[in-house]
Design a binder for this molecule. Structure first.
Ligand code: BGC
Length: 727
């Protein structure tokens, strides 16, 4: 058979297989919908309503008569949270609920490796099932709009494309284990300050281009079964009862057929919430569950004809559909789950190891050759602090947590003298709902600094474990500023004066100000909150057993006022209103368009080896609007150690009827290479994805003309550009 004929036959067979699979799907879906209708037809109104609100902190009632099981929900995005009492927030004291703790969201995004997001989803799904949970409340995918948002560490990025790629992989994997995700927080929960009262306003274009795509991908590509409505208001209406978000966008445009639940205590009304598409009320602060908005008041509203029965049936159908999709009616075929396996711990380690971003490495101080070094000073509270248990709803009772000092001592302590000193003390306190506990946490403790200087002088190398902790990176409050707290700038300065071989390891989940230290120390490694395997990963990164390959998922500004929301003075808003005036220019879109040089750009990260990216081409010069651009480039490891580079494809639209960002990320690929090895990778971009949201036309618009494709390894380091035209 000739090539084209063979291709035709192959194409035809593929089409037939796809059609058969679709047909099977439809038969299964039809059967399921029939079963849902049948169950609903047998239910009384109180039974229906019992499925639409919690009966405790994290459970929803069963309807035993019809074999509808109780629904079990649990936090959170980077590990299954320990069991909480049914009627209060205290731990239930179980002994089988210590879990695997992954590095939080920003760290996952910093790996730029969707395969790791997939692997994490598998582990979370297995552990959730082991704990008999049906819904895991994550991933958190709000856009990192300001360096100060307390929950940045849980979220992923300032870029919607990076978020989408990671979230889709995570969701598909987790749900393959018969557990539903809950993508949160829908929508624009980009600050913790006044999160339960602030009204967010943004242009339709910013909504469509920046704040929606992660959710859209999670639902349409990831197939997310549930979504959690945010605390805040959006354009005047609470997110939990927002006709535009919930009926128009979520249901109509995105075709969402799953469950929309409230965040904990984010329901405000019965009628409006019911009519605008909310399905499930969680966490309301009223002792008697029958008093909740979606309990007796909903029954009453139906009886009085204010909420049609069909609306209640729609919600019950959504609940039953998620239950069936996660095999709750087919327990014998359902995933049984596992907990704390070596593979789970390995996955947590891999994430921590691939997440770390090498920001600076003057004179190739890193990696350290521990077989030659006789002594090191390990300095700083973060050398010994455990972080898995912090952050509030994403806290994890981890099976164990290896600190950096533990790991360094264990791995190198027999041959290297390790001089640990405190360096700085944690002076802050966490107070739920307020950042007052952060105030005044910048006192200099010269006794500790002098001790650190002495240890640094007596050692060949000094490593300062600096950064933040969950008094700062936390749910329920924002940071007051971007500074390194506890006088760390001064500590680092003094230690660096005492020992030129000073390395700073930053442990934090949101941007901090590094301008006071970048010119003082030769090496800076950003290792995030690293989960249960944090110490092992960081020790292996310092020794070169692992080569850093993380890339920043957000821009690190020199100072807060460089950052768009702060430059324009609209964070956290005034009089409980915040207007996103920076519009689509979030993160690097702002820095690059306004030509502001940040401390470290989006997508940036060094390696112990070198890479080149070359031979960047597109398969054609001109494309139609429904076509896909197939771009290619060659990545070469030009150095002498194994490592990984992330090829990042950005697109610019230099002539357009509206302002476009200087560049936008449209594709990326992480490539692992042996020394001297070369790989050619393909990066596909749909022409449709070059569109901007045209407010005049209320539609996506790709204007004909030239576009520039750029390949690089950060938003500020482009190695080659190619011009293409769209006709
Ligand atoms: C958080 C959610 C979390 C829920 C349950 C809320 O305060 O915003 O992200 O899932 O609590 O703990």
């Amino acid at each position: 058979m000739k090539g084209t004929a063979r291709q035709f036959v192959f194409g035809f067979i593929c089409m037939m297989i796809a059609a058969a699979a679709n047909a099977q799907h439809t038969v299964k879906d039809n059967k399921q919908e029939e079963k849902i209708r049948s169950l609903i037809s047998q239910m009384t109104l109180p039974e229906k309503v019992s499925l639409l609100h919690a009966n405790s902190k994290f459970y929803v009632s069963a309807v035993k008569r019809l074999n509808i099981p109780e629904w079990a929900l649990s936090d959170g995005p980077h590990g299954v949270r320990a069991e909480i009492n049914r009627d209060n927030w205290a731990y239930a004291g179980w002994t089988n609920d210590s879990a695997t703790c992954f590095p939080p969201g920003t760290a996952l995004a910093a790996t730029w490796n969707p395969r790791l997001a997939y692997g994490r989803g598998i582990v979370l799904g297995e552990e959730a099932r082991f704990r008999k949970k049906d819904i895991l409340l994550g991933p958190g995918i709000n856009i990192i709009r300001s360096p100060l948002c307390g929950r940045n560490f849980e979220y992923m990025s300032e870029d919607p494309f990076l978020i989408s790629r990671m979230a889709v992989a995570y969701i598909k994997a987790l749900q393959s284990k018969d557990v539903a995700v809950s993508v949160k927080h829908w929508l624009a929960n980009n600050q913790e300050e006044h999160r339960d009262s602030v009204d967010v306003n943004m242009s339709e274009r910013a909504l469509r281009e920046i704040y929606l795509p992660g959710f859209k991908a999670s639902i349409t590509e990831g197939g997310a079964y549930t979504v959690m409505a945010a605390y805040n208001k959006f354009r005047g209406d609470w997110c939990s009862e927002n006709e535009y978000l919930n009926r128009q966008i979520l249901r109509k445009e995105l075709g969402f057929k799953g469950v929309l639940m409230t965040d904990w205590s984010a329901a405000h009304t019965t009628e409006k919430a019911a009519l605008t598409g909310l399905d499930l009320e969680m966490g309301t602060d009223k002792k008697d569950y029958n008093d909740w908005y979606f309990a007796n008041p909903l029954i009453k509203a139906v009886e009085e004809g204010k909420v049609p029965m069909a609306v209640v049936d729609e919600k019950v159908a959504n609940v039953l559909r998620v239950m069936m999709n996660t095999k709750m009616f087919d327990e014998s075929n359902r995933e049984k789950g596992k907990m704390n396996t070596p593979e789970h711990q390995r996955a947590a380690y891999n994430d921590a190891a691939e997440a770390a971003v090498l920001l600076q490495n003057n004179g190739n101080l890193l990696p350290l050759n521990f077989t030659k070094i006789k002594s090191i000073a390990v300095i700083g509270d973060n050398a010994t602090r455990k972080h898995c248990g912090g952050g509030l709803s994403s806290e994890i009772k981890t099976l164990y947590e290896i600190t950096p000092l533990d790991a360094i001592q264990k791995k190198f302590g027999t041959t290297v003298k390790i001089n640990f000193v405190q360096g700085y003390e944690k002076q802050s306190n966490f107070k739920e709902g307020s950042n007052a506990g952060q105030a005044g946490a910048d006192k200099l403790d010269w006794k500790l600094i002098d001790e650190a200087v002495k240890a640094a002088k007596e050692s060949e190398v000094a490593i300062i474990f600096a950064g933040l902790n969950h008094d700062f990176d936390t749910e329920s409050s924002d940071k007051q500023n971007m500074d390194l707290p506890y006088g760390q700038d001064v500590l680092i300065r003094e230690v660096a004066k005492a020992n030129p071989n000073t390395i700073v390891v930053i442990i934090a989940g949101s941007p901090v100000k590094l301008s006071g230290i970048v010119y003082r120390v030769p090496a800076i490694l950003w290792s995030w909150f690293g989960g249960m395997e944090a110490g092992n990963a960081v020790a292996d990164l310092l020794s070169g057993k692992v080569n850093p390959s993380g890339k920043l998922p957000f821009t690190i500004p020199v100072s807060l006022d460089q950052s768009p929301a702060h430059a324009l003075g609209n964070f956290p808003g005034r009089n409980l209103k915040v207007n996103y005036e920076e519009d689509i220019l979030v993160g690097y879109r702002w820095f690059d368009t306004k030509k502001i040089v940040p401390q470290f750009p989006f997508g940036y990260g060094l390696s112990y080896t070198g890479f080149s990216i070359s031979n960047f081409t597109a398969d054609k010069a001109t494309y139609g609007k429904t076509e896909t651009i197939h771009a290619k480039c060659t990545v070469k490891n030009t150095g002498s150690s194994y490592g990984a580079e992330v090829a990042q494809l950005y697109v610019s639209d230099p002539v357009c009827s509206v302002l476009r960002p200087e560049k936008e990320l449209k594709a990326f690929e992480k490539v692992f290479l042996q020394p001297g090895e070369t790989k050619t990778i393909e990066l596909d971009v749909k022409v449709a994805d070059l569109a901007f949201y045209d407010e005049a036309k209320k539609a996506w618009n790709v204007e004909a003309g030239d576009f520039i494709l750029q390949i690089g390894n950060s938003s500020r380091n482009i190695s080659k550009s190619v011009k293409i035209s769209i006709k």
